[in-house]
Design a protein around this ligand. Structure first.
Ligand SMILES: *Cc1c(COP(=O)(O)O)cnc(C)c1O
Length: 463
């Protein structure tokens, strides 16, 4: 027997591996199908190496490490944590708002057992899913009524279907926006059955444009937040108060899609922002829709608040069932809204708000810590803490630049794009941004407990 044949015949069989102590342990740790694939793949790759003339270690011990690694990889989750070093707080691709431990505790508490989701414990009969947050929404926004659906796209779609199907919804041409992820106002309106009545021009829409458009067929005046788009220069739009007065004079409800929707006035914290949901309602909007996971800082959801008459009509629409909120989300949303019961609590407890309003001095401390950890051990890079600016993201506060601190890392032996790729594929995965020759790691969106793992990933990527 020649050397090749000898090696081939001493390769363990799949069965031998699985029956060994090592194999038994793997089967305890990982699903059988993945262990099986891993064993087969590793044996097959050894066989190829031998046929190519190599002489690998073909003992069980020699195969064990590769099989274990492969089993782990095959059975790892696809959806996994990522360190967001972009400084973009509401990063849609990275999951938008981060939920606090308190909020998750409420999800765990109510989802790992039965709950009174749709059961009225006082009356001993069927209750309403929407009853759990109605009071909170009323308190926080001042609305007469409110409820939540799957997301804000659904909130807009459902509201339009319920209030304006086969009738006209009047919208300014300056607000026919695309929000990303294929949410386009005209398309959503078409799907809802509302007939789009465009008024004004891209840059200017006057009150008389709306006045002229109102008629028998009008069901609704719609105002849409422009989110990640700005019209500057020679512009004009009609303030909500004026639109509301017009609508109410003619018996036409006014709906506002706020997109992000802000529940606390960020002005006192130095962020020149937009009106809060409460202010928008006070200005006369009859229905307001906004997201649960943008500035609100909660789970993915769409909130619909406003006058009872309209909220009830929307709630009764047959599509409401198709876009209803699930119990995990509802538990997360109730806990998030509860934090808004007082403003200081919201700022402290809701990660999205905390990150947006954080004192730059504190961000600088984290940036310094990251830089210090990276410098120890990694001699192959130029590392410094720099001043930079971060964004809210998610189409929220598009014009706001938040002063921040970041770690700039220029790898010496590696092109920066390769460094960025390694970090992205690392463990934990890190997403950061390239600026010239350097990778910019914004400390705003990095939490304290992520500092050490982040530095570890960076050092591994520099090696
Ligand atoms: C983000 C946004 C939406 C969609 O909200 P989702 O919660 O992502 O479904 C709708 N309208 C506006 C103006 C937005 O900014």
């Amino acid at each position: 027997m020649n050397k090749k044949q000898e090696l081939l015949s001493s390769l363990p069989s799949v069965d031998e591996v699985l029956k060994s102590d090592f194999g038994k342990k793997l089967l305890k740790d990982f699903p059988r199908r993945y262990v099986l694939s891993a064993v087969r793949e590793v044996i097959e790759s050894r066989r190829k190496e031998i046929l190519d003339g190599a002489a690998p270690d073909v003992s069980l011990e020699g195969l064990a490490a590769d099989i274990a690694t492969k089993s782990g990889k095959l059975s790892s989750f696809s959806l996994r944590p990522v360190i967001n070093a972009t400084g973009i707080v509401i990063h849609t691709n990275l999951g938008r708002s981060v939920l606090s431990e308190d909020v998750m505790e409420n999800v765990r508490r109510t989802a790992t057992c039965y709950s009174n989701l749709e059961y009225d414990l006082n009356e001993g009969k069927r209750g309403k899913r929407h009853s759990h947050i109605k009071g909170l929404l009323r308190e926080i926004t001042g609305a007469e009524d409110g409820f939540a659906v799957n997301n804000n796209a659904a909130a807009v779609f459902l509201s339009l279907s319920a209030l304006a199907k086969d009738r006209e919804a009047v919208v300014s041409r300056g607000e026919l926006v695309e929000i990303g992820g294929s949410f386009r106002v005209p398309d959503v309106m078409a799907q809802s059955g509302a007939l789009l009545k465009e008024v004004g021009t891209t840059n200017k829409t006057h009150l008389h444009d709306y006045e002229d458009a109102l008629g028998e067929a009008t069901a609704l005046i719609l105002k849409v937040h422009k989110s990640n788009y700005q019209i500057i220069g020679f512009t004009e739009e009609v303030p909500l108060e004026t639109l509301a007065a017009l609508g109410h004079g003619r018996g036409v409800p006014v709906m506002c899609d706020l997109g992000s929707g802000c529940l606390i006035d960020l002005g006192p914290y130095g962020i020149h922002s937009e009106p809060t949901v409460r202010e928008v309602l006070r200005s006369g909007a009859d229905i307001v829709t906004f997201s649960g996971d943008k500035l609100l800082g909660g789970p993915q959801a769409g909130l619909i608040v406003g006058k009872k008459e309209f909220v009830e009509r929307i709630q009764r629409h047959p599509l409401a069932r198709a876009v209803r909120i699930d119990k995990l989300t509802l538990a997360a949303l109730e806990a998030t809204l509860m934090a808004y019961a007082d403003e200081d609590r919201a700022i402290e407890k809701i990660p999205t708000i905390r990150m947006l309003l954080e004192d730059p001095g504190k961000i600088r401390e984290r940036a310094k810590k990251i830089a210090r950890l990276v410098k120890t051990g990694a001699k192959d890079a130029d590392v410094e803490v720099i001043e930079d600016s971060s964004q809210a993201g998610g189409g929220s506060l598009p014009e706001v630049r938040l002063p921040t601190y970041a770690v700039s890392i220029k790898p010496a032996r590696l092109p920066v794009n390769q460094f960025e790729e390694r970090l992205r594929k690392g463990d934990p995965a890190v997403v950061a941004r390239i600026k010239g020759e350097a990778l910019i790691v914004d400390a705003r969106t990095v939490s304290n407990r992520e500092i050490a793992p982040l530095a570890g990933s960076i050092k591994a990527a520099l090696r």
